[in-house]
Design a protein around this ligand. Structure first.
Ligand SMILES: C[S@@+](CC[C@H](N)C(=O)[O-])C[C@H]1O[C@@H](n2cnc3c(N)ncnc32)[C@H](O)[C@@H]1O
Length: 224
C-alpha cells in the first residue's frame, strides 16, 4: 500500500475506534456501527498493528499447556465478541479445534464463519445482558478480545463469561488502558474474587494493543 492510501486507512481506523466510545453500550447502535465497519475491519485494524488477537491466543495456548489435562484439540473455547474471527484464526493456528463464537452482528460474524475455523457462531448475542443461549459451565476457556472497550461492554459482562466457563477453566480478556481507567472493571473483578467465582487474577499488564495503545490481558481461573 502506498503512503497516502496507508494514511487514509490509518485515519479511518483511528476515527472508528474513537467513535465507539460514544455508543454507550447500546446494542442497536453498536450493531449498526459494526455492520458498517465489517467489510474493512480487518484491513483497518491490521494497518494499526492490532496485537491483541495474537496475545490472547498465545495466553490460551499457555494456559492449556500449563494447567489443563485435555490435549489442545479437545479443549472447548468460546470467543465472546468474535467479530471477523481474528482470534479464532490464531487459536486454530495454535491447535485449538473446538472454537465457538458469538457477536452482536451477522456482518462481523459472517466474516468469522467464512474463516472456517469456528464450530458454531451465534449472532444477536449481547454481552451486556444474560448469555441465555449458553448453559453454565459450557467451556474450558472463554476468550474476550477487544470487547471490554469504552462504549461497548460493561464490566459486569465478566460475570456472564465466568458463568459459561467450567470450574477450573479460564477466562482470558483484554481491557484497554483507557477502559480500565474509566470503568469499574477492577472493582467487578474484586467482587468476583471475594464471591469465590474466580481465583486471584493473573495479568499481563500494559501489553501492546493497537497502534500506540496498551492493554491489560487478564487470565482468570474459575473457582472449583
Ligand atoms: C473491536 S471488535 C473485536 C472483535 C474481535 N474479538 C477481534 O479482536 O478482532 C468488537 C466486537 O465485539 C462486538 N461487540 C461489541 N459490543 C458487544 C456486546 N455488547 N455484545 C456482544 N458483542 C459485542 C462487536 O460487534 C465487534 O465484533
Amino acid at each position: 500500500m502506498n503512503s497516502p492510501d496507508r494514511e487514509t486507512v490509518l485515519d479511518q481506523s483511528a476515527r472508528k475506534r474513537a467513535e465507539i466510545s460514544y455508543l454507550e453500550g447500546d446494542a442497536g447502535r453498536l450493531a449498526r456501527f459494526y455492520r458498517e465497519w465489517a467489510s474493512s475491519y480487518d484491513l483497518d485494524v491490521g494497518s494499526e498493528r492490532y496485537s491483541a488477537p495474537m496475545i490472547v491466543s498465545e495466553l490460551a495456548g499457555a494456559v492449556q499447556t500449563a494447567y489443563l489435562a485435555s490435549e489442545r484439540g479437545a479443549i472447548t473455547v468460546l470467543d465472546a465478541g468474535c467479530g471477523t474471527g481474528l482470534v479464532g484464526v490464531q487459536l486454530s493456528r495454535f491447535g485449538f479445534q473446538l472454537i465457538d463464537g458469538f457477536d452482536l452482528t451477522e456482518e462481523m460474524a459472517g466474516n468469522a464463519r467464512r474463516t472456517g475455523v469456528y464450530r458454531n457462531i451465534q449472532v444477536d448475542v449481547d454481552l451486556n445482558g444474560a448469555l441465555s443461549q449458553y448453559p453454565t459451565a459450557s467451556y474450558d476457556i472463554t476468550v474476550c478480545c477487544g470487547v471490554f472497550g469504552l462504549g461497548q461492554v460493561r464490566p459486569d459482562g465478566l460475570r456472564e463469561l465466568a458463568r459459561v466457563t467450567r470450574p477450573n477453566g479460564f477466562v482470558i480478556a483484554s481491557t484497554s488502558r483507557r477502559y480500565l481507567k474509566a470503568t469499574s472493571f477492577e472493582d467487578e473483578l474484586r467482587r468476583l474474587q471475594r464471591g469465590g467465582v474466580v481465583m486471584p487474577a493473573q495479568c499481563l499488564a500494559d501489553g501492546r494493543y493497537i497502534a500506540d495503545e496498551y492493554a491489560h490481558y487478564w487470565v482468570l481461573r474459575i473457582a472449583p
